[in-house]
Design a protein around this ligand. Structure first.
Ligand SMILES: [Zn+2]
Length: 110
């Protein structure tokens, strides 16, 4: 394990560029992939790119990565990824290749 001496708050701030970083599909993918494996690693990676830790945590929660979900993942080791829903096409947190309907569509068609 490599530990970097990394300070999140002690960085010198350059205020020339205050662009708002947005979460792209590929960032969402890596959040899902890494939150299950190593939450701290992906937070470290994204914060080094300029994302705020709180924003990453919020995004993860939005994607469905709750503490409960992560605990459940640790037990069952499901094949979790963001997959496009077969009903509406929206990407959602799927727990296996057979899981292809988002919760909304699942509720619609019993
Ligand atoms: Zn759907």
């Amino acid at each position: 394990m490599t530990l970097h001496l990394w300070s999140g708050t002690g960085m010198t701030q350059t205020k020339s560029k205050t662009e708002i970083l947005s979460f792209t599909a590929s960032i969402d993918d890596s959040i899902v992939e890494w939150f299950i494996k190593d939450k701290n690693e992906i937070i470290k990676r994204l914060t080094s790119k300029g994302f705020r830790k709180a924003a990453v945590m919020d995004r993860a929660r939005e994607l469905g990565l709750s503490e409960q979900f992560l605990k459940w993942c640790a037990l069952g080791k499901p094949d979790v990824a963001l997959r496009a829903c077969l009903g509406c096409g929206e990407r959602f947190l799927s727990v296996g290749v057979q899981n292809r309907l988002c919760p909304r569509c699942k509720n619609k068609s019993p």
